[in-house]
Design a protein around this ligand. Structure first.
Ligand SMILES: NC(=O)c1ccc[n+]([C@@H]2O[C@H](COP(=O)([O-])OP(=O)(O)OC[C@H]3O[C@@H](n4cnc5c(N)ncnc54)[C@H](OP(=O)(O)O)[C@@H]3O)[C@@H](O)[C@H]2O)c1
Length: 269
């Protein structure tokens, strides 16, 4: 079940700054590799990607990495070209890069707004702009999985309007493109994580925990979830694996929400 033997998976944002725990992109790369995929990854900083590469190769997997800025057209094109030149095909594209900046329209500087749109949304336009023509030409087509957030479905307790807006847009981008490509052998779906415990979450705690109380900040996040705990990167990676594998071959233009029940609740559990 859910094997990806020999499939070429291109993943953005697979880096991670420490060996302590797993970021979502790193866990997706590892999970797909464990299921037989050959990984090609782009990340803003190379040392962070090298950490993921080393972890994958320590388990016998294959992972090439390239320094990439997914907000930049030339850099993204170079990543896609390098993967295609090496393997002659791209079967799976995972758009994982994304980040939240706090603020509402009145408080957010225009420059930050533009950065959020570029990082969270334009990046997905750019990778698909270069990858879809490749997938379309392949007999076996391809599958694209975009990483959104439940912040794109509802307000989740803090002002982050640019993040929410771009994460919502990802879902409609995916649906509209999925319909266009439905009879061309290419599927596009979105995975929608809720509150996930990652190294980035710990960085958020350092930045936002009232009085520097990181433990209370983590407990507050756990308590917001009907299951009473944050998910982890593997929960997101498992849903992504399903959408990447042939077992989901009749699913396109959909979202899988991985949130322990948050978006099904009143928010007062
Ligand atoms: N963590 C959560 O609770 C949560 C919840 C919902 C959704 N998400 C979504 O899940 C995704 C991954 O989140 P995460 O927590 O695993 O984040 P993360 O650890 O910060 O991983 C993001 C990766 O993207 C890379 N990156 C940043 N800007 C880039 C650029 N311009 N070009 C190429 N790579 C770039 C980062 O590289 P550097 O190491 O160089 O910075 C990092 O390796 C994001 O889309 C996020 O919005 C996360």
């Amino acid at each position: 079940m859910l094997r990806l033997d020999g499939k070429i998976a291109l993943i953005t944002g697979l880096g991670q700054t420490s060996d302590d725990g797993w970021g979502i992109g790193a866990a997706i790369a590892m999970k797909l590799s464990q299921q037989g995929a050959i990984i090609f990854g782009g990340n803003r900083t190379l040392p962070a990607a090298a950490r993921t590469k080393a972890r994958i190769e320590a388990e016998g997997g294959t992972c090439d990495i390239q320094q990439t800025d997914v907000t930049n057209s030339e850099s993204t094109k170079a990543l896609v070209n390098a993967c295609f030149e090496k393997h002659g095909r791209i079967d799976i594209l995972i758009n994982n890069v994304g980040k939240s900046e706090p603020g509402c329209p009145a408080t957010m500087q225009e420059e930050i707004w533009d950065q959020q749109v570029d990082l969270n949304l334009k990046s997905i336009y750019l990778t698909t702009h270069f990858v879809l023509p490749i997938m379309e030409k392949q007999k076996t087509g391809g599958t694209v999985i975009n990483v959104s957030s439940i912040a794109g479905l509802r307000y989740i307790g803090k002002p982050q309007v640019a993040y929410s807006t771009t994460k919502a847009a990802i879902m409609q981008f995916t649906k509209a493109t999925a319909v266009i490509y439905a009879d061309r052998g290419v599927r596009l779906n979105t995975v929608v994580p809720g509150l996930i415990y990652t190294p980035y979450t710990r960085a958020l705690a350092k930045r936002y925990a009232p009085g520097g109380d990181e433990e209370s900040y983590m407990k507050m996040r756990d308590d917001q979830v009907p299951m009473k705990k944050m998910g982890d990167a593997w929960d997101v990676a498992n849903a992504t694996l399903f959408l990447a594998a042939d077992e989901s071959q009749y699913i396109t233009g959909q979202e899988i929400v991985v949130d322990g029940g948050i978006t099904s609740s009143t928010g007062r559990v």
